[in-house]
Design a protein around this ligand. Structure first.
Ligand SMILES: *Cc1c(COP(=O)(O)O)cnc(C)c1O
Length: 389
């Protein structure tokens, strides 16, 4: 897909107008739909006739959001969900059964790790976690019963890159589905389906909304897989609210502009951080010093908007930097136009044991910044005051 195609699809993809000919897409706040007669009701319920029935199954605003996002990801179909976690749950419950196995990367989003590692085993689905950049570990982990390979790239907060095309080959030789959580890059920067993935999942709560307003999620992929995901969703009900879908539909219109501007801010901040005293290491795929810089830029258009760095002086020094911020928000959320700063060891990764944190590379001096759209000079000023105190 060219940039021009993307831009037009982001604005116009999926739009359907009512007989009022509204220019901006309508928000349909209705839980159900009426039928012309009993025969039509029967045909709609049996699936003989296409059309809306009940909003747990579908709603026109939700359909528009799904079709726009499917177009941007280059997928045949999309199912929107109430949150990113319910997207992942719907993928697992829709496509897997007891006795099957998942291979996933270490350092997945905390709740994803908990879902796969802590909850799914109760239902007979086991997960093996492997390091994101170790292809041999993926090869060694797949088993005859592996049904799903699930990765996030870049990883959070250490920005490790998964080689999407190589892992796609490993998954497919094992007869497994390959799913990528594309939350951090979004389709504006990375198109996993074009690189060989079968499924993309999203927390639309992050960059797709882009202004920290609503929760939402999505699964995008080929029709057969999406039918399985949809069967679970329409029965179990983790569907998105039409209002949230409408906010996300509107968010998609500015996605590429935001992702590019926020990534440019992130690159400027990361390069500047590398030159500051008191910094041990900066983690950002857009920097030449990143060990997988070449791989990152071969599959994503730029470094993205998440920058992590390790300060000297451990937790005390890291908290000083966080507490000195006047512009950035101290919050664990990301994907917002407002820059956020987090100390992972005491928040997102705070429940892990100290050993588990160390094994995951989450040091006491580590800080994660999800860079927004404010002036980079204000962001630097925030960090400078904490680094110098
Ligand atoms: C936030 C997040 C999720 C979960 O999304 P919710 O919308 O909070 O349920 C999943 N994966 C990644 C990478 C995330 O950042």
């Amino acid at each position: 897909m060219t940039e021009a195609d993307f831009d037009t699809l982001a604005i116009r993809g999926g739009t359907e107008r009512t007989h009022f000919s509204e220019h901006s897409e309508a928000l349909f706040l209705t839980s159900s739909f009426v039928f012309d007669n009993a025969a039509q009701a029967a045909a709609r319920f049996s699936g003989e006739e296409e059309g809306y029935v009940y909003a747990r199954f579908s709603n026109p605003t939700v359909t528009m959001m799904q079709n726009r996002l499917a177009a941007l990801e280059g997928g045949e179909a999309c199912v929107a969900t109430s949150s990113g976690m319910s997207a992942i749950l719907s993928l697992v419950m829709g496509t897997m059964k007891a006795g099957e196995h998942v291979v996933a990367t270490n350092g997945l989003f905390g709740a994803s790790q908990q879902l796969l590692g802590g909850i799914m085993p109760k239902f007979g689905i086991e997960t093996t976690f492997v390091p994101a950049s170790d292809l041999d570990a993926f090869r060694a982990a797949v088993r005859p019963n592996t049904r799903l390979v699930f990765v996030e790239t870049p990883s959070n907060p250490l920005t490790e890159i998964v080689d999407i095309a190589a892992v796609a080959d490993i998954a497919h030789s094992a007869g497994a589905l390959f799913a990528v959580d594309n939350c951090f890059c979004t389709p504006a920067l990375q198109l996993p389906l074009a690189l060989g993935a079968d499924v993309v999942v999203h927390s639309a709560t992050k960059y797709l909304d882009g202004q920290g307003r609503v929760l939402g999620g999505a699964v995008v992929g080929g029709k057969p897989v999406m039918e399985e995901v949809f069967k679970f969703l329409r029965t179990a009900g983790p569907c998105i609210s039409p209002f949230n879908a409408w906010v996300i539909l509107k968010g998609l219109e500015t996605l590429r502009l935001r992702m590019e501007a926020q990534s440019a801010n992130a690159l400027a901040l990361a390069s500047w951080l590398e030159g500051q005293a008191g910094i041990r290491r900066v983690y950002y795929p857009g920097l030449e010093s990143h060990p997988q810089h070449g791989l990152a830029l071969s599959q994503q258009r730029c470094g993205g908007a998440i920058v992590s760095f390790e300060v000297e002086g451990g937790r005390e020094a890291a908290w000083r930097v966080v507490d000195a911020c006047r512009t950035m928000s101290i919050t664990a959320n990301l994907g917002d136009t407002r820059t956020t700063i987090t100390h992972p060891a005491s928040t997102t990764h705070g429940r892990l044991t100290a050993e588990a944190r160390a094994a995951a590379g989450i040091g006491e001096g580590l800080i994660r910044i999800a860079v927004g759209l404010e002036s980079v000079e204000d962001l630097k000023r925030d960090l400078m005051s904490g680094l110098q105190s």
